[in-house]
Every structure is written in C-alpha cells, then in structure tokens.
Ligand binder design. Structure first.
Ligand code: NAP
Ligand code: ZN
Ligand code: ZN
Length: 348
C-alpha cells in the first residue's frame, strides 16, 4: 500500500477537505497513473451530499481522470510508462456476464466497480476517485488518450463525453435531425458539440438567457429560454430527439410536448426527487421517454477517438483543488462555463 494526497468529504454534511488515502501497489494487470487533471461532474455533488442515497465515507469523488502512466504491471502490454491515459466512471466489472461480454460493463449483472463511492469486485475494498494525485487501475479499464487532444479538455470526455455520445448513437442522430439539448452545463455543452459534429440541427433549451451566445458558438443553431412560455408554444412538436441533462427536478411533460410524433426524449440528468409524468404527454404522438447511463469501456474509447478525429474537447475552467467547494456552489447555480477541471498539481 502507498499513501496518496486527496480531497475527501468525511460525511454528506461536510465540505471537501484535504485527506490522505491508501491505494494498493499495482498488481500484474494494473497501471498506476500520476493524475494531471480531473473533471468535476454534477454526479460528484449528488453523491457527496447523499442525494442518491447513503454513500461510502470518507468519499474522494472524481471520475474524469487524465494523467500519465507511472508504473505498469508485468502482464500489461497495452500501456507504457509516460503514456497519457484516462479513467472514467468504472474501474472493474465481472467481465463474464452477458452485459460485460457485450461491452455494457455499466450494466454488469454483479454490479460494476464504480471509480468512487463503490467497492472493488471483492465487494469490500472501497474505491476512491480522481481528486487525488495517483490512481491504480486494471489496464483493461484504462483508456488511451489520443495524441492531439488537450489533456485538460479531454478529461470531461471520460464521463460527460461518453454519456452524451452514447444516446446520440443509440438514437441514430444524423445529419439534419432536430436535436434539443436541455441544460447547458457539463453534459449539455458536450451534447451540443457532439450532435452538431454529427450534422444535427441543435437547439439549446436553457434557463440561463446569458448562455445564448455560447450556445451558438458551441455549434447550436438556436437557443430558447425555458423561462419564457412562448418558447414552448413556438417549438411544439419540433424535435426528433431531446437530450435532457438537467440535474434538478423539472416538468418532463412540458418538454415531451416539444417532440414530433414518434420522437424520443432521453434522460441523462438524475435529479434527487421524482417528477410526475402524464401518460397523455407520451400517448398523444407516440412519443418515447428513455434513459441512458454513461457508456461501456469500448464506447468510452470510441468517443475519445471520435473527438480526436473531429477536434472536439470540453470547454473547461481549470481550478486549483482548494476551490472545489466554491465550484460545487457555482454548478448548483448553473454557473459553469462549461466544465470545471481540477489541476491536480495544486494537490501535490
Ligand atoms: P451541470 O454542469 O451542473 O449542468 C446542469 C445544467 O442543468 C445547468 O448548467 C443548468 O443549465 C441546468 N439546471 C440546473 N438546475 C436547473 C433547474 N433547477 N431547472 C432547470 N435547469 C437547471 O451538471 P452535469 O455535470 O452536466 O450533470 C447533469 C446531470 O446529469 C446530473 O444530474 C448528473 O448527475 C447527471 N449525469 C448522468 C450521467 C448518466 O450516465 N446518465 C452521467 C453524468 C452525469 P441552464 O443554465 O442552461 O439551464
Ligand atoms: Zn459523471
Ligand atoms: Zn458483468
């Protein structure tokens, strides 16, 4: 075991503070990564505050990890010391069940090992995330970062990127499709960039009027304020696909009315409380309501390679770790342009 400086929450009622955690020495299948950057996802806030149920404390969040390989286990052939590498939302799974075999490790029948607020597959050893200087991960769950991608801008691809890319692919987003993106935050701005790169005609649906210019710069063709009722009248039955990235409770029925017949709305945001759903909102127009959870390991590599090919990275605001609690408050207010990324050198 070795010690790693980190930031942790000691309980759901406390802010994050400096913490030292113990990690395993790399085994024969593992790599050790010296972390350079870690993105800040709204899921970090939900979990650190027990908004999705009781978490495992102390909790070291962070599942958008980029760094350089520091050590490789004797059986690892896929990475060499000095390579740029990434870790997303999962660090292991059973690898044998049908979902694992099909590349959907996030649906492992035994439950995947999440990068933090989880346990290893022994169901006993807690996992700790990327708000720390080093991580030890099985090479099979480590991603290759293509050259040409800026490391800080690429970190959010490991969650926000794959989480938005996956439903766009599942729902066959293509040239000319009308795609609505609800919420222009970390996931939302990646959904805009990726859908635009696939040729879709993107509209941002946002509570923040002052994000209009950014929405257009990011690749959207249009912006609609959801604080303005006339937006809902104007865009009625307009969209083929709506990607909902909102982190707080909101009225799904209103947004469903913006789908054309047979259109689909995919929920990515996971608000802490449920929201009522009116059957009529779906029945009147054969509309579909779906959800999507991150993506598998192969799909995460696919989005990284896709982004390198299409010149897509996240728009980031780099912060020192000491600003993490303020960054959380800003995210809750919708004030992130458009992903906070922690410079982990501020922790060393
Ligand atoms: P974020 O950066 O904080 O963005 C969320 C955006 O939602 C805000 O910027 C804001 O956009 C909008 N919003 C916030 N509060 C709102 C409210 N009360 N009413 C309406 N709109 C509101 O968060 P994120 O990191 O993108 O994550 C978004 C959600 O996705 C979270 O719930 C997170 O846990 C979840 N998530 C899910 C997956 C998955 O696998 N499905 C993966 C990662 C994250 P505007 O200012 O434009 O309105
Ligand atoms: Zn995330
Ligand atoms: Zn499995």
């Amino acid at each position: 075991m070795f010690e790693t400086p980190a930031y942790a929450a000691r309980s759901a009622a406390q802010p994050l503070e400096p913490f030292t955690l113990e990690r395993r020495e790399p085994g024969s299948h593992d790599v050790s990564i010296d972390i350079m950057y870690c993105g800040v996802c709204h899921s970090d806030i939900h979990q650190v505050r027990d908004e999705w149920g009781a978490g495992i404390f102390p909790m070291v969040p962070g599942h958008e990890i980029i760094g350089r390989i520091g050590q490789v286990g004797s059986d690892v052939k896929t990475f060499a010391v000095g390579d740029l590498a990434g870790v997303g939302c999962m660090v292991d799974s059973c690898r044998q069940c049908a979902p694992c075999q099909e590349g959907h490790e996030q649906f492992c029948e035994r439950g995947a090992s999440m990068t933090y607020n989880g346990t290893l597959m022994d169901r006993y050893t807690p996992t700790y995330g990327g708000y720390s200087t080093r991580v030890v991960v099985d090479a099979a769950f480590t991603l290759k970062i293509p050259s040409g991608l800026d490391p800080a801008g690429a970190a959010p691809l490991l969650c926000a990127g794959v989480t938005t890319y996956s439903p766009l692919r599942q729902w066959n987003c293509k040239k000319g499709d009308r795609v609505g993106v609800i919420g222009l935050g970390g996931l939302g701005h990646m959904a805009v960039k990726l859908a635009a790169s696939m040729g879709a005609e993107v509209t941002v649906l946002s509570t923040s009027q002052d994000k209009e210019a950014d929405a257009l710069r990011l690749g959207a063709q249009a912006f609609a304020s959801t604080r303005d009722d006339s937006s809902f009248r104007r865009l009625r039955s307009h969209f083929d696909l709506i990607i909902d990235t909102v982190s707080a409770p909101h009225d799904y029925n209103r947004y469903l009315s913006l789908l054309r017949p047979f259109g689909a709305m995919v929920l990515l945001g996971i608000p802490p409380e449920p929201s009522p759903l009116s059957a009529g909102a779906l029945v009147m127009g054969n509309r579909k309501l779906a959800g999507s959870l991150i993506g598998g390991i192969a799909e995460t590599q696919e989005v990284l390679d896709y982004c390198a090919e299409h010149g897509v990275v996240s728009d980031v605001e780099i912060i020192p770790i000491a600003q993490i609690n303020t960054a959380y408050e800003r995210m809750i207010r919708g004030d992130v342009r458009y992903r906070f990324v922690i410079d982990i050198s501020s922790l060393k």
